[in-house]
Design a protein around this ligand. Structure first.
Ligand SMILES: C[S@@+](CC[C@H](N)C(=O)[O-])C[C@H]1O[C@@H](n2cnc3c(N)ncnc32)[C@H](O)[C@@H]1O
Length: 320
């Protein structure tokens, strides 16, 4: 595989190479440079661009192309052409990990750069299945809050939100339900996420308590009607998944519910995320989630699995 700098050439030079059949990385690079020259991809370009990403993903899985070469290429390309884009933000890992609160909040707000040469690439990012699923899961959580709130006899309830990130979901729900007697405990391991979330939730701070803690080591043990966690379990290996799930089951009240989000293998933007964003998740299917829930001690009769409209984000639901 040529070094990334070799790939960083105008499309004409890429085309003029004597290769009879270009590698998937060369093919992708050729198309990307053509699109850069045209001002970025239009929706009519998405299918072919995604197909080239898929071919590259297949080559990486078959170990024909090295993942490290692709990552070096993605970083070089992004630094040269996509500074300030969502892709650059994802790749940058400003806070040391993928999918930080800024990236997630950028997805929720569908943040698009003011720079015209980056704008269409941001639109391409937001049109991917994964960001759509992330926005859908915000709506899913808000529906869940509606349902639990409507069903609570006293009208009051206590909610635990683990790995709360930007807490935009909470802010929006509280804005829609300003008088709701719902008390939230939010736990997040990133102090920057906590600060950002506190700012977003300032008008409701009497009902939202933030805990800057690692959820693997600390959970407020008050007893909750609803326990929610999205965007955390798909980073955990099975052992840690089961360990944390057990702790969450323990703090869910009898009659309450625990709901955990996890990306499914139906994530059609997985290659885009992994290859151009260096954003790797543990994708799990329905059966795997049910098995892990049983391992954590949940009876089969208490377990169901839902999904959002994109079918990418699954939700493991455990009734207590
Ligand atoms: C992908 S974001 C999801 C945010 C939010 N749940 C959402 O869906 O909008 C992941 C969040 O998990 C937090 N996180 C990661 N590991 C954690 C841990 N062990 N304990 C608590 N929070 C954690 C990160 O700091 C980050 O804010």
């Amino acid at each position: 595989m040529p070094p990334a700098a070799v790939l960083e050439r105008p499309i004409e030079r890429t085309k003029s190479r004597s290769h009879s059949s270009a590698s998937p990385l060369m093919e992708l690079d050729g198309m990307i440079h053509e699109l850069i020259a045209d001002g970025g991809p239009l929706p009519s370009d998405y299918a072919l661009l995604n197909q080239k990403l898929r071919h590259l993903g297949d080559a990486v899985r078959a170990e024909v192309t090295k993942r490290a070469d692709v990552l070096a290429y993605a970083k070089d390309l992004t630094r040269r052409h996509f500074e300030g884009s969502m892709q650059a933000m994802a790749l940058d890992r400003k806070y040391g990990y993928s999918g930080d609160f800024e990236v997630i909040d950028g997805i929720y707000r569908q943040k698009v750069s003011n720079e015209s040469h980056v704008r269409r690439w941001d639109l391409f990012f937001h049109a991917q299945a994964a960001p759509i699923a992330v926005r859908n899961r915000k709506a899913y959580f808000q529906d869940l809050l509606d349902q639990h709130h409507a069903a609570s006899r006293s009208g009051s309830m206590r909610v635990l939100n683990v790995a709360s990130g930007p807490a935009r979901d909470l802010r929006e729900w509280m804005l829609d339900n300003p008088k709701a007697e719902v008390l939230f405990d939010c736990v997040d391991a990133d102090v920057h996420a906590i600060e950002h979330a506190k700012t977003l939730c300032r008008p409701f701070i009497d009902r939202v308590e933030f805990h800057h803690r690692n959820a693997m080591r600390f959970l407020p043990a008050k007893g909750y009607d609803l326990v929610w966690s999205a965007g955390l379990f798909d980073y955990l290996m099975d052992r840690s998944f089961v360990f944390l799930l057990k702790s969450l089951i323990a703090v869910t009240k009898a009659g309450g519910e625990l709901v955990i989000g996890n990306f499914s293998p139906l994530n059609t933007s997985r290659d885009y995320m992994e290859l151009l964003g260096d954003w790797t998740l543990i994708h799990r299917n329905e059966k795997q989630l049910i098995e892990l829930a049983k391992e954590a001690g949940a009876p089969s009769s208490a377990i169901t699995v839902d999904w959002e409209p994109e079918g990418v984000n699954l939700f493991l639901r455990i009734r207590r």
